[in-house]
Design a protein around this ligand. Structure first.
Ligand SMILES: C[S@@+](CC[C@H](N)C(=O)[O-])C[C@H]1O[C@@H](n2cnc3c(N)ncnc32)[C@H](O)[C@@H]1O
Ligand SMILES: [Zn+2]
Length: 295
């Protein structure tokens, strides 16, 4: 057992700094990197989903409903899934070690926010196959352009390392910066450098400490009128405690749409959360009429 942390520290020398700063999360990281499948989804934290979140989100930001990008998204989704399958990947739950690729609902929400709100500068944590990365980059390039910075701890096994970011084709890579390392170490320095971001996506280590850390960091530099999207919120109470402590936000708890069941979950498809930073007024979609009433 002692060999595991030693091997991890040899491969990730910067983790020595983390081990002192945050021993708990660093240990979780070490355990997950080597033992796999340890991240618990049981007990599920009983959030109540907003069954109509998608229509409500569009109404809130003044975007047309049904969504004008719906068929564009559906076509791209089918194409990306087929591309991954042709590369020998079975997309969905537990497709990258014990990690899940982003589900359809989570990714559609991110794509809609980028396209309707014309967001440009996006930061995410957790790459794996790069399904979220691919769709973020596609949405940016189909909109007004922009850039994505992705912070990620790659697996230690080279067979898995080769699969990191494979959903992102060469033509989109010039708008993409892949930053190797944990969010604990890399996120503060990146956000400090950027100063302001339009969208933050969490899909890395789903411990409450890490979710809160990332959300706290991102919220400080998030432009009002933009959003944070957090995957797997039902793994802990982090999303709840964060959003309930703030007044300048409007949040949604959304049901995931996995391409096949995630058997680690009981009676649940999983959940993701969206927190819009209102900053006094609600963000509005490009071309939306001025706001009259918000629920
Ligand atoms: C759920 S997967 C990401 C899935 C990806 N968003 C997609 O849709 O294909 C989580 C990834 O985050 C990485 N990771 C785990 N802990 C991390 C941390 N503390 N900081 C950054 N990345 C981390 C894992 O190695 C894994 O590659
Ligand atoms: Zn939409």
């Amino acid at each position: 057992m002692l060999g595991i942390p030693v091997r991890y520290l040899l491969k990730h020398p910067r983790a020595v700094t983390e081990l002192t700063a945050d021993p708990l999360d660093t240990w979780t990281q070490v355990r997950e990197s080597y033992l796999g499948g340890q991240e618990s989804r049981i007990p599920v934290f009983p959030y109540e989903v907003d069954p109509d979140w998608e229509r409500q989100l569009h109404a809130l930001i003044g975007a047309e409903w049904p969504c004008t990008f719906a068929s564009d998204f559906a076509e791209l989704w089918a194409a990306v899934m087929a591309e991954l399958e042709s590369q020998g990947i079975r997309p969905g739950p537990e497709s990258f070690l014990h990690w899940n690729d982003g589900d359809t609902g989570f990714i559609r929400a991110i794509s809609c926010l980028i396209r309707h709100l014309n967001l440009r500068y996006v930061v995410e944590t957790g790459v794996a196959h790069g399904v979220t990365s691919r769709f973020i980059l596609e949405a940016l390039s189909r909109g007004g352009g922009g850039h994505l910075w992705s912070i990620d701890v790659p697996p230690v096994q080279s067979v898995w390392q080769k699969q990191v970011g494979m959903a992102v084709g060469p033509s989109l890579r010039k708008q993409w910066t892949y930053i190797k390392g944990t969010s604990r170490l890399r996120l503060p320095e990146l956000l400090g450098k950027l100063g302001e971001v339009d969208l933050f996506v969490h899909d890395s280590l789903h411990t409450e400490r890490n979710v809160r850390f990332e959300m706290d960091q991102a919220w400080r530099v998030l432009r009002p009128g933009s959003a944070v999207v957090v995957d797997d919120i039902d793994a802990n109470w982090g999303f709840h405690s964060f959003t309930h402590a703030l007044s300048d936000q409007h949040s949604f708890v959304c049901e995931a749409e996995p391409v096949r069941p995630d058997f680690r979950r009981v009676n649940s498809k999983g959940m993701f959360g969206i927190a819009l930073k209102t900053g006094g007024s609600v963000p509005r979609a490009v071309g939306a009429t001025p706001l009259r009433a918000v629920r």
